[in-house]
Design a protein around this ligand. Structure first.
Ligand code: 1PR
Length: 546
């Protein structure tokens, strides 16, 4: 098998990249020291997390001169995500740490005044008709980043770079650059389905570089009215648990009750996790989420089947995978203490791209407020986001409605609702719960969302116990309240029953993504049908490519 060298400078979550490379028929050889770099013919620098962290790690370990030499010798080099950013001179993310300076210019932060940041999801890499590593105009690629190099017409082209761009809100940014032996993508090819594998293949096979012409000015990859290319993200969610027979199954509850309504009260069994994830990938799901819904009972580290589910899924599913359940400081069966960060690391190494934290986030938020909104860096959210980046940490929220008769009936963040309570109460607030809805806490959803955003969560998975499994549509009031309270992206969840519900949540709220479970598991609708429906209604979606 031909080889490609990967530089894993942190214990990173790059399992997906390895899987993608192997899928394309290449063997991964690891770079373990700067001396190893000279052995590499093709070198990939994946980027994990933080610009400053990445560059200082590389610098302290003595990698920077070796990488520079590899590039100067004209050997194939590919940077991914922070691996692209590392090629620039610097980034406002950490102004004191210099980049490689192969590309002139410094990265800035996306403006979050009118849109969610980080920029998470599927967007374009438009080359305005120029050939560039098999990037295609109609394809979408998976991005997740907070910092970007703004595209200014002619600026990089005058340095000899071919540029692909994406547009988020009104900002057009550099999605990929290429020159000679260098190719770098801000998006993750390993998470971009068939389109991503295609461009990665072009790099590995050495075809991409041959197609590059010298960019002649004026080049205009962006038309004057470049439109926001971010698609509406549709996520399939699999609630997983062991049933009474000891099998790991995909289940689905009604308001979190996953047992059949008959006398036997068996755990509802809707299928096998790996097979179902694969099916949803081929149906065009933009992400797949696994929630280990009973991990609060068991020791999560003893829960090896979940790791195996991730390992197997990540070999064939090339879109982002999130895993939730049991991510908290805990003790192993022999009493050894294991931190949430260590558990998250096990999941990342098994192929997860993001971890989702539920109960532990509520407890951490309670502590945050009781300590006067101070952070000490010791919560699971802070530790994991520091090591793997904010985008790798999702907080899963399980709120339920508490109706009140008057605006001043509680200290909590209240909304006036169009759906009054059982006694006609016109107001409600959303109480956070833990342990799969079994325990309700004195914390509202706005308080939780703002606390975890401050701690470094990159995204919220916003469930709703009242709506879960109801097939009656998303709780638009809840989503609107939370969206108004935070800048990070929000995934609307609970209640989806038909494609129209997805269209409704995207058109009536500013949600960043929408998730469905039961309607897909019961085969009432496919993900493809949802996407086709959204497309018919004029919303931008990513179509599955064969
Ligand atoms: O608290 O960090 O161990 O995480 C546990 C995780 O398991 C949390 O994310 C929590 O939401 C989830 N969970 C716990 N118990 C249940 C349950 O159902 N009994 N599932 C549960 C939550 C909600 C959604 C669901 C949507 C869409 N499931 O993920 O998929 O509501 O459903 P629908 O489209 O069919 O309406 P921790």
């Amino acid at each position: 098998m031909p080889k490609v060298h990967l530089l894993d400078y942190v214990a990173g979550n790059i399992r997906s990249l390895v899987n993608a490379v192997e899928k394309l028929g290449y063997e991964v050889d690891w770079i373990r020291s700067p001396e190893d770099v000279s052995r590499a013919e093709k070198l990939i620098l994946p980027g994990v997390g933080h610009f400053g962290h990445c560059l200082s790690q590389l610098s302290q370990a003595g990698y920077l001169p070796a990488i520079q030499k590899h590039i100067d010798e004209g050997k194939p080099f590919m940077g991914v995500c922070v691996g692209l950013q590392a090629l620039f001179e610097g980034s406002v993310e950490d102004p004191d740490v210099p980049g490689l300076g192969v590309v002139k210019g410094s990265l800035g932060r996306f403006d979050d005044s009118t849109k969610s940041v980080p920029h998470i999801g599927w967007n374009s890499a438009s080359t305005a008709g120029q050939s560039m590593y098999d990037l295609r105009p109609d394809s979408k690629y998976y991005y997740v980043h907070t910092y970007r190099f703004p595209y200014v017409k002619g600026q990089l082209e005058s340095q000899g770079w071919t540029v692909a761009t994406g547009t988020y809100g009104t900002e057009t940014f550099v999605g990929a650059v290429a020159k000679g032996n260098i190719y770098a993508t801000q998006f993750h090819p390993e998470k971009s389905g068939v389109a991503g594998l295609r461009t990665l293949r072009a790099f590995l096979n050495g075809q991409g570089a041959k197609t590059l012409g010298s960019p002649s000015l004026p080049v205009d990859p962006v038309s004057s009215e470049a439109k926001d290319g971010l698609t509406r993200r549709v996520i399939a969610c699999l609630d997983v648990r062991t049933n009474d027979q000891g099998d790991l199954v995909v289940t689905k509850g009604d308001q979190y009750d996953v047992r059949e309504k008959n006398d036997a009260r068996d755990v509802r069994n809707l299928g096998k996790p790996v097979e179902m994830a694969k099916k949803y990938y081929h149906d065009g799901a933009d992400e797949v989420t696994f929630l280990n819904i009973t991990s609060f009972r068991d020791c999560p580290i003893a829960d090896l089947p979940m790791l195996e589910v991730l390992r197997q899924t990540s070999q064939t599913v090339f879109v982002p995978l999130t895993i939730g359940g049991g991510i908290r400081d805990t003790a192993d069966t022999d009493g050894t203490k294991v931190s949430a960060l260590e558990i998250a690391t096990m999941y990342f190494k098994s192929g997860a791209d993001k971890v989702s934290i539920g109960s532990d986030a509520v407890i951490a938020a309670e502590e945050y407020y009781s300590l006067g909104r101070k952070l000490f860096g010791n919560t699971a959210i802070e530790q994991i986001s520091r090591a793997y980046g904010n985008q790798a940490v999702v907080v899963s929220v399980d709120p339920k409605r508490v109706y009140v008769p008057k605006l001043d009936a509680t200290r909590h963040n209240i909304i006036e609702t169009k759906f009054p309570g059982p006694r006609g109460e016109p107001y409600c607030w959303y109480a956070c719960t833990i342990k799969g809805g079994r325990e309700t806490r004195d914390m509202d959803v706005v308080e939780l969302a703002q606390a975890v955003e401050a701690m470094g969560a990159g995204e919220l998975l916003l469930n709703c116990i009242d709506k879960d499994g109801s097939n009656t549509g998303f709780d638009l009031e809840l989503i609107t309240q939370v969206k108004n309270a935070v800048k990070i992206p929000v995934i609307a969840s609970s209640g989806a029953g038909n494609p129209g519900h997805f269209e409704e949540v995207f058109s009536k709220t500013t949600t960043d993504a929408a998730l469905g479970a039961g309607m897909f598991h019961r085969a009432e609708y496919t993900v493809k049908q949802v996407k086709d429906y959204l497309k018919d209604k004029g919303l931008v979606v990513r179509q599955f490519e064969q």
